[in-house]
Design a protein around this ligand. Sequence first.
Ligand code: C5P
Length: 285
Amino acid sequence: MGPRADDGFHRLATTFQAVSLFEDLTVRLDEPGVFRVATFSSGPGFEVADDQTNLAVQAARLLADWAGDDSLGCEITISKAIPVAAGLAGGSADAAGTLLACADLWGLSISDSELSQLAAQLGSDVPFALLGGTAIGRGRGSELNPLLVRGTYHYVLALSWQGLRTPQVYQRFDQLRPSPPEPQVPEAVLTALAQAKIDEVGAALHNDLQEAVLALRPELSLTLQTGMQLGAVGAAITGSGPTAFFLAADADAAAELSSGLAKSGACASVRQVHGPVPGARLIPA
Ligand code: C5P
Protein backbone atom coordinates (compact mmCIF):
# COMPACT_ATOMS: atom_id res chain seq x y z
CA MET A 1 0.00 0.00 0.00
CA GLY A 2 1.43 3.32 -1.02
CA PRO A 3 0.68 6.84 0.15
CA ARG A 4 -2.64 8.64 -0.16
CA ALA A 5 -2.67 10.65 -3.42
CA ASP A 6 -4.27 14.07 -4.00
CA ASP A 7 -7.56 12.42 -5.00
CA GLY A 8 -7.84 10.97 -1.46
CA PHE A 9 -7.18 7.41 -2.63
CA HIS A 10 -4.10 5.35 -1.88
CA ARG A 11 -1.90 4.02 -4.66
CA LEU A 12 -1.67 0.29 -4.24
CA ALA A 13 -0.32 -2.90 -5.75
CA THR A 14 -2.31 -5.98 -4.91
CA THR A 15 -3.05 -9.50 -6.03
CA PHE A 16 -6.78 -10.11 -6.40
CA GLN A 17 -8.25 -13.60 -6.57
CA ALA A 18 -11.98 -14.25 -7.03
CA VAL A 19 -13.32 -17.01 -4.74
CA SER A 20 -16.49 -19.09 -4.75
CA LEU A 21 -18.54 -16.90 -2.42
CA PHE A 22 -21.21 -15.28 -4.53
CA GLU A 23 -24.73 -13.92 -4.47
CA ASP A 24 -27.62 -14.02 -6.92
CA LEU A 25 -28.86 -10.78 -8.38
CA THR A 26 -31.91 -10.46 -10.65
CA VAL A 27 -32.87 -7.45 -12.79
CA ARG A 28 -36.27 -6.71 -14.35
CA LEU A 29 -37.50 -3.82 -16.45
CA ASP A 30 -39.18 -1.01 -14.54
CA GLU A 31 -40.82 2.27 -15.53
CA PRO A 32 -38.63 4.90 -17.23
CA GLY A 33 -36.32 6.60 -14.73
CA VAL A 34 -37.22 4.21 -11.90
CA PHE A 35 -34.25 2.40 -10.35
CA ARG A 36 -34.91 0.36 -7.24
CA VAL A 37 -33.52 -2.52 -5.27
CA ALA A 38 -34.86 -5.12 -2.86
CA THR A 39 -32.33 -7.05 -0.81
CA PHE A 40 -32.82 -10.29 1.10
CA SER A 41 -30.44 -10.73 3.99
CA SER A 42 -29.38 -14.16 5.20
CA GLY A 43 -28.96 -12.85 8.78
CA PRO A 44 -27.13 -10.26 10.88
CA GLY A 45 -24.13 -8.82 9.04
CA PHE A 46 -25.83 -9.24 5.66
CA GLU A 47 -28.18 -6.25 5.80
CA VAL A 48 -27.69 -3.53 3.22
CA ALA A 49 -29.71 -0.39 2.46
CA ASP A 50 -32.59 -0.87 0.02
CA ASP A 51 -32.39 2.76 -1.10
CA GLN A 52 -30.60 4.90 -3.66
CA THR A 53 -27.30 4.63 -1.71
CA ASN A 54 -27.11 0.95 -2.65
CA LEU A 55 -24.14 0.51 -5.00
CA ALA A 56 -26.22 -1.71 -7.31
CA VAL A 57 -28.74 1.13 -7.86
CA GLN A 58 -25.87 3.54 -8.49
CA ALA A 59 -24.46 1.08 -11.03
CA ALA A 60 -27.79 0.88 -12.89
CA ARG A 61 -28.14 4.69 -12.92
CA LEU A 62 -24.58 5.16 -14.15
CA LEU A 63 -25.14 2.71 -17.02
CA ALA A 64 -28.45 4.37 -17.96
CA ASP A 65 -26.68 7.78 -17.98
CA TRP A 66 -23.96 6.31 -20.19
CA ALA A 67 -26.64 5.05 -22.60
CA GLY A 68 -28.30 8.50 -22.51
CA ASP A 69 -31.74 6.92 -22.71
CA ASP A 70 -34.48 8.32 -20.41
CA SER A 71 -36.73 5.34 -21.05
CA LEU A 72 -34.51 2.97 -19.03
CA GLY A 73 -35.39 1.73 -15.56
CA CYS A 74 -34.96 -1.44 -13.54
CA GLU A 75 -35.82 -3.31 -10.41
CA ILE A 76 -32.88 -5.21 -8.87
CA THR A 77 -33.24 -8.07 -6.41
CA ILE A 78 -30.23 -9.25 -4.41
CA SER A 79 -30.02 -12.25 -2.08
CA LYS A 80 -27.09 -11.28 0.13
CA ALA A 81 -24.65 -14.10 0.76
CA ILE A 82 -21.46 -12.01 1.04
CA PRO A 83 -21.26 -10.24 4.39
CA VAL A 84 -21.36 -6.43 4.34
CA ALA A 85 -18.32 -4.29 5.37
CA ALA A 86 -16.26 -7.48 5.60
CA GLY A 87 -13.38 -6.71 3.20
CA LEU A 88 -14.86 -9.20 0.73
CA ALA A 89 -16.00 -6.69 -1.91
CA GLY A 90 -19.65 -7.82 -1.70
CA GLY A 91 -20.99 -4.39 -2.67
CA SER A 92 -18.51 -4.29 -5.56
CA ALA A 93 -19.75 -7.71 -6.71
CA ASP A 94 -23.35 -6.39 -6.68
CA ALA A 95 -22.32 -3.34 -8.72
CA ALA A 96 -20.45 -5.50 -11.25
CA GLY A 97 -23.39 -7.91 -11.54
CA THR A 98 -25.81 -5.02 -12.05
CA LEU A 99 -23.71 -3.47 -14.83
CA LEU A 100 -23.54 -6.77 -16.67
CA ALA A 101 -27.20 -7.70 -16.14
CA CYS A 102 -28.59 -4.27 -17.04
CA ALA A 103 -26.45 -4.01 -20.17
CA ASP A 104 -28.10 -7.27 -21.27
CA LEU A 105 -31.61 -6.35 -20.06
CA TRP A 106 -31.51 -3.03 -21.89
CA GLY A 107 -29.88 -4.49 -25.01
CA LEU A 108 -26.92 -2.07 -24.85
CA SER A 109 -23.84 -2.65 -26.89
CA ILE A 110 -21.03 -1.72 -24.55
CA SER A 111 -17.48 -3.02 -24.76
CA ASP A 112 -15.71 -4.75 -21.87
CA SER A 113 -13.35 -1.83 -21.58
CA GLU A 114 -16.20 0.73 -21.40
CA LEU A 115 -17.93 -1.43 -18.78
CA SER A 116 -14.70 -1.57 -16.80
CA GLN A 117 -14.38 2.23 -16.94
CA LEU A 118 -17.89 2.64 -15.56
CA ALA A 119 -17.07 0.03 -12.92
CA ALA A 120 -14.03 2.04 -11.77
CA GLN A 121 -16.27 5.08 -11.19
CA LEU A 122 -18.38 3.02 -8.78
CA GLY A 123 -15.52 1.72 -6.64
CA SER A 124 -11.90 0.66 -6.78
CA ASP A 125 -12.70 -3.08 -6.64
CA VAL A 126 -15.63 -3.12 -9.08
CA PRO A 127 -13.53 -3.69 -12.26
CA PHE A 128 -12.01 -6.80 -10.66
CA ALA A 129 -15.47 -8.06 -9.65
CA LEU A 130 -16.32 -7.98 -13.38
CA LEU A 131 -13.09 -9.64 -14.46
CA GLY A 132 -12.65 -12.37 -11.82
CA GLY A 133 -9.83 -14.95 -11.93
CA THR A 134 -6.53 -13.71 -10.54
CA ALA A 135 -5.12 -10.29 -11.36
CA ILE A 136 -2.67 -7.68 -10.22
CA GLY A 137 -4.42 -4.41 -9.33
CA ARG A 138 -2.60 -1.08 -9.43
CA GLY A 139 -3.51 2.58 -9.08
CA ARG A 140 -6.58 2.73 -6.86
CA GLY A 141 -6.98 -1.01 -7.46
CA SER A 142 -8.89 -0.68 -10.72
CA GLU A 143 -5.98 -0.90 -13.19
CA LEU A 144 -5.84 -4.63 -13.80
CA ASN A 145 -3.43 -7.12 -15.32
CA PRO A 146 -4.79 -10.68 -15.41
CA LEU A 147 -2.41 -13.33 -14.08
CA LEU A 148 -2.11 -16.87 -15.33
CA VAL A 149 -2.24 -19.04 -12.27
CA ARG A 150 -1.86 -22.80 -11.99
CA GLY A 151 -3.91 -24.91 -9.61
CA THR A 152 -6.90 -24.35 -7.37
CA TYR A 153 -6.54 -22.69 -4.00
CA HIS A 154 -8.67 -23.75 -1.04
CA TYR A 155 -9.43 -21.18 1.62
CA VAL A 156 -11.40 -20.80 4.80
CA LEU A 157 -12.89 -17.39 5.54
CA ALA A 158 -13.36 -16.54 9.22
CA LEU A 159 -16.18 -14.01 9.35
CA SER A 160 -16.23 -11.47 12.15
CA TRP A 161 -19.08 -10.39 14.41
CA GLN A 162 -19.08 -6.80 13.23
CA GLY A 163 -18.09 -5.07 9.98
CA LEU A 164 -15.41 -2.41 9.54
CA ARG A 165 -15.74 0.77 7.51
CA THR A 166 -13.09 0.91 4.76
CA PRO A 167 -12.29 4.67 5.11
CA GLN A 168 -11.71 4.18 8.86
CA VAL A 169 -9.15 1.43 8.15
CA TYR A 170 -7.33 3.60 5.60
CA GLN A 171 -7.26 6.50 8.11
CA ARG A 172 -5.65 4.25 10.72
CA PHE A 173 -3.17 3.07 8.07
CA ASP A 174 -2.23 6.74 7.42
CA GLN A 175 -1.61 7.26 11.15
CA LEU A 176 0.52 4.13 11.45
CA ARG A 177 2.40 4.57 8.14
CA PRO A 178 2.61 8.30 7.31
CA SER A 179 5.07 7.77 4.43
CA PRO A 180 4.86 4.26 3.03
CA PRO A 181 7.18 3.25 0.15
CA GLU A 182 5.91 2.85 -3.42
CA PRO A 183 3.77 -0.30 -3.44
CA GLN A 184 4.86 -3.46 -5.24
CA VAL A 185 3.56 -7.02 -5.48
CA PRO A 186 6.45 -9.19 -4.20
CA GLU A 187 8.09 -11.30 -6.91
CA ALA A 188 7.80 -14.32 -4.55
CA VAL A 189 3.99 -14.19 -4.76
CA LEU A 190 3.97 -14.15 -8.57
CA THR A 191 6.45 -17.02 -8.82
CA ALA A 192 4.62 -19.12 -6.24
CA LEU A 193 1.26 -18.56 -8.00
CA ALA A 194 2.70 -19.38 -11.42
CA GLN A 195 4.18 -22.63 -10.08
CA ALA A 196 1.19 -23.57 -7.86
CA LYS A 197 3.47 -23.83 -4.83
CA ILE A 198 0.81 -23.65 -2.14
CA ASP A 199 3.24 -23.49 0.80
CA GLU A 200 5.12 -20.62 -0.80
CA VAL A 201 1.90 -18.75 -1.59
CA GLY A 202 0.88 -19.27 2.04
CA ALA A 203 4.20 -17.98 3.35
CA ALA A 204 4.01 -14.93 1.07
CA LEU A 205 0.48 -13.85 2.09
CA HIS A 206 0.65 -10.29 3.34
CA ASN A 207 -1.71 -7.36 3.64
CA ASP A 208 -0.35 -3.88 4.41
CA LEU A 209 -3.75 -2.93 5.86
CA GLN A 210 -3.59 -5.76 8.40
CA GLU A 211 -1.73 -3.71 11.02
CA ALA A 212 -4.44 -1.04 10.86
CA VAL A 213 -7.22 -3.64 11.03
CA LEU A 214 -5.61 -5.29 14.07
CA ALA A 215 -5.19 -1.91 15.76
CA LEU A 216 -8.96 -1.40 15.39
CA ARG A 217 -9.84 -5.03 16.22
CA PRO A 218 -7.07 -6.55 18.39
CA GLU A 219 -9.11 -9.73 18.92
CA LEU A 220 -8.47 -10.70 15.28
CA SER A 221 -4.87 -11.61 16.18
CA LEU A 222 -6.30 -14.59 18.06
CA THR A 223 -8.43 -15.55 15.02
CA LEU A 224 -5.30 -15.52 12.79
CA GLN A 225 -3.27 -17.49 15.36
CA THR A 226 -6.01 -20.07 15.84
CA GLY A 227 -6.26 -20.83 12.11
CA MET A 228 -2.47 -21.23 11.83
CA GLN A 229 -2.42 -23.56 14.86
CA LEU A 230 -5.16 -25.60 13.17
CA GLY A 231 -2.87 -26.24 10.19
CA ALA A 232 -3.40 -23.40 7.69
CA VAL A 233 -0.44 -22.84 5.35
CA GLY A 234 -0.93 -19.08 5.49
CA ALA A 235 -3.25 -16.44 6.86
CA ALA A 236 -4.04 -12.76 6.41
CA ILE A 237 -6.83 -10.23 6.72
CA THR A 238 -8.80 -9.73 3.48
CA GLY A 239 -8.93 -6.23 1.96
CA SER A 240 -9.78 -3.71 4.66
CA GLY A 241 -11.05 -6.48 6.97
CA PRO A 242 -12.30 -7.66 9.35
CA THR A 243 -12.54 -11.10 7.64
CA ALA A 244 -9.48 -13.31 8.13
CA PHE A 245 -8.65 -15.80 5.40
CA PHE A 246 -6.64 -18.99 5.63
CA LEU A 247 -5.03 -20.92 2.80
CA ALA A 248 -5.25 -24.71 3.22
CA ALA A 249 -3.09 -27.40 1.59
CA ASP A 250 -6.09 -28.94 -0.26
CA ALA A 251 -9.89 -29.32 -0.11
CA ASP A 252 -9.78 -31.92 2.70
CA ALA A 253 -7.46 -29.77 4.79
CA ALA A 254 -9.80 -26.80 4.21
CA ALA A 255 -12.80 -28.84 5.42
CA GLU A 256 -10.92 -29.83 8.57
CA LEU A 257 -9.71 -26.29 9.18
CA SER A 258 -13.20 -24.98 8.62
CA SER A 259 -14.73 -27.24 11.26
CA GLY A 260 -11.86 -26.57 13.69
CA LEU A 261 -12.27 -22.81 13.35
CA ALA A 262 -16.06 -23.03 13.69
CA LYS A 263 -15.66 -24.97 16.97
CA SER A 264 -12.89 -22.71 18.31
CA GLY A 265 -15.15 -19.71 18.93
CA ALA A 266 -12.41 -17.48 17.41
CA CYS A 267 -14.80 -16.13 14.74
CA ALA A 268 -18.51 -15.58 14.18
CA SER A 269 -18.81 -18.14 11.35
CA VAL A 270 -16.78 -19.73 8.59
CA ARG A 271 -17.04 -20.25 4.83
CA GLN A 272 -15.00 -22.75 2.85
CA VAL A 273 -14.25 -21.39 -0.63
CA HIS A 274 -11.91 -21.95 -3.55
CA GLY A 275 -10.37 -19.82 -6.25
CA PRO A 276 -9.77 -18.67 -8.84
CA VAL A 277 -13.35 -18.48 -10.18
CA PRO A 278 -14.84 -16.18 -12.86
CA GLY A 279 -16.17 -12.71 -12.08
CA ALA A 280 -19.80 -11.61 -12.53
CA ARG A 281 -21.68 -13.89 -14.94
CA LEU A 282 -25.02 -13.72 -16.70
CA ILE A 283 -27.52 -16.50 -16.11
CA PRO A 284 -30.35 -16.00 -18.64
CA ALA A 285 -33.84 -16.37 -17.10
O1 C5P B 1 -13.19 2.84 -4.09
P1 C5P B 1 -14.01 2.49 -2.91
O2 C5P B 1 -15.35 3.16 -2.89
O3 C5P B 1 -14.10 1.03 -2.64
O4 C5P B 1 -13.22 3.08 -1.66
C1 C5P B 1 -13.77 3.21 -0.38
C2 C5P B 1 -12.85 4.05 0.47
O5 C5P B 1 -11.62 3.32 0.69
C3 C5P B 1 -12.41 5.36 -0.17
O6 C5P B 1 -13.31 6.38 0.13
C4 C5P B 1 -11.07 5.61 0.47
O7 C5P B 1 -11.22 6.15 1.77
C5 C5P B 1 -10.51 4.20 0.65
N1 C5P B 1 -9.61 3.79 -0.45
C6 C5P B 1 -8.34 4.35 -0.53
N2 C5P B 1 -7.50 3.96 -1.53
C7 C5P B 1 -7.87 3.02 -2.44
C8 C5P B 1 -9.14 2.43 -2.37
C9 C5P B 1 -10.00 2.83 -1.35
O8 C5P B 1 -7.97 5.19 0.29
N3 C5P B 1 -7.01 2.66 -3.38
